[in-house]
Design a protein around this ligand. Structure first.
Ligand SMILES: Nc1ncnc2c1ncn2[C@@H]1O[C@H](COP(=O)(O)OP(=O)(O)OP(=O)(O)O)[C@@H](O)[C@H]1O
Length: 366
């Protein structure tokens, strides 16, 4: 059971041609450049594009084919837009009650107190939407979408219109979303940092077509994808906090591995509890490579690694090196000159020097 898509939509400047089956649990990120067709695809799923030709079905229910077109309000979906679109003449509570009263069914997946608690809306209930910050408005918009009791939640760049502090506020809520709701989420974004914090599955859209799809962890290390040849490419590593060093205020983060012999650890500063499964994001540009283990460096995290793939697009000043660290992959973006000087080859053992890591709250789903 899943969201099965086989349809096309003709736009003035874009032909959307979609053939895909999206997961029916967790967060699937629809990622692509501006104009790739992400919003158009989401609108087709929502039943907001009458001109889409083809078939869309969800969990065995046909929403659209040659004979059928289920209107948007009968698809049991929640939709969160880039802007909150709250009713200005109603209080926050009024907006929420309006959505709840018009819920898709009598299901009680999400109750008003539960949603208000999760999205920390209690102090805002009597306020008018115009008096709220952008982040607060977006939290209300998410609550409103959930109160309609959807079976599928669609989110179209819900952070893009927010300033940094509001963005962080809503992102913190979204990171907790999978623990709170048990429905699939399709999340449109062109921000890889956001995607790596929130998504389990990734769907890459380019010029109206899905060019790759699968678990985020698999796709974010594939060097054939242009996404991973760019400056903002980053690796995701999965592991847990296994020790704390109170003298230096550091925690030991051990990468998950199936055997003791292939384990590897990094050191970082964090407050997370021992044993907690976490996701680590390491920008490829913050990983350098040396042939020997540097003993006189301030870089704390230096790990033995094996070169498993090299990518140097013709004429480019930079190359991407895919390394195996323990049992997980790490990307290093180095200059073509360094690649030539080090004479790196496949299978070679090197040392990965990691200058920065970001600890993400969400563990990866395998
Ligand atoms: N209502 C419309 N009528 C005609 N063309 C449209 C319409 N909406 C979008 N388009 C065009 O379809 C293409 C895809 O737009 P869409 O908004 O789906 O892309 P996107 O990937 O979501 O981009 P962004 O990240 O900038 O929102 C663009 O060329 C856009 O100009």
């Amino acid at each position: 059971m899943s969201l099965a898509l086989a349809f096309s939509l003709q736009r003035d400047r874009l032909q959307l041609q979609i053939n895909a089956e999206l997961a029916n649990s967790g967060v699937t990120a629809l990622y692509g450049d501006s104009g790739a067709g992400k919003t158009s695809l989401l609108r087709c799923i929502a039943g907001l594009e009458q001109n889409a030709q083809g078939r869309i079905s969800f969990n065995g229910h046909t929403w659209q084919d040659e004979q059928t077109f289920t209107p948007s309000h009968q698809r049991h979906i929640g939709y969160v837009f880039q802007d909150a679109r709250l009713f200005p003449h109603l209080s926050v509570l009024g907006n929420l009650q309006y959505a709840y009263q018009r819920r898709h069914n009598n299901g009680q997946l999400f109750s008003l107190p539960q949603v208000c608690d999760f999205l920390k809306l209690q102090p805002l209930l009597s306020q008018n939407p115009n008096t709220l910050s952008g982040g607060e408005q977006q939290r209300v918009a998410i609550a409103r979408a959930l109160l309609s009791q959807p079976q599928l939640l669609l989110m179209d760049e819900p952070l893009s219109a927010l300033d940094q502090s509001s963005r962080d506020e809503v992102l913190a809520v979204l990171e907790q979303l999978p623990q709170q709701i048990n429905i699939p989420v399709i999340y449109v974004s062109h921000n890889m940092d956001e995607v790596s914090r929130l998504a389990d599955q990734l769907c890459l859209l380019e010029q109206g077509k899905i060019i790759a799809q699968g678990p985020l962890l698999d796709l974010c290390h594939r060097l054939d994808l242009t996404l991973n040849q760019q400056e903002q490419a980053a690796s995701l590593l999965q592991g847990q906090i296994t020790d704390r060093d109170s003298k230096y205020q550091l925690a030991e983060f051990a990468l998950n591995s199936s055997t003791e012999s292939s384990t590897a650890s990094l050191y970082l500063h964090c407050e997370h509890a021992l044993g907690e499964q976490l996701r680590l994001r390491i920008p490829a540009r913050d990983v350098s490579i040396s042939l020997s283990h540097q003993q006189d460096s301030s870089i704390l995290n230096i790990l033995p690694a094996q070169v498993v793939e090299l990518m140097h697009p013709a004429g480019a000043a930079h190359a991407m090196v895919k390394l195996l660290v323990g049992e997980q992959y790490l990307l290093a973006r180095i200059t073509y000159k360094s690649l030539a000087q080090l004479q790196l080859s496949l299978g070679q053992t090197v040392y990965a020097q990691i200058k920065s890591v970001a600890l993400l709250n969400k563990a990866l789903d395998y």
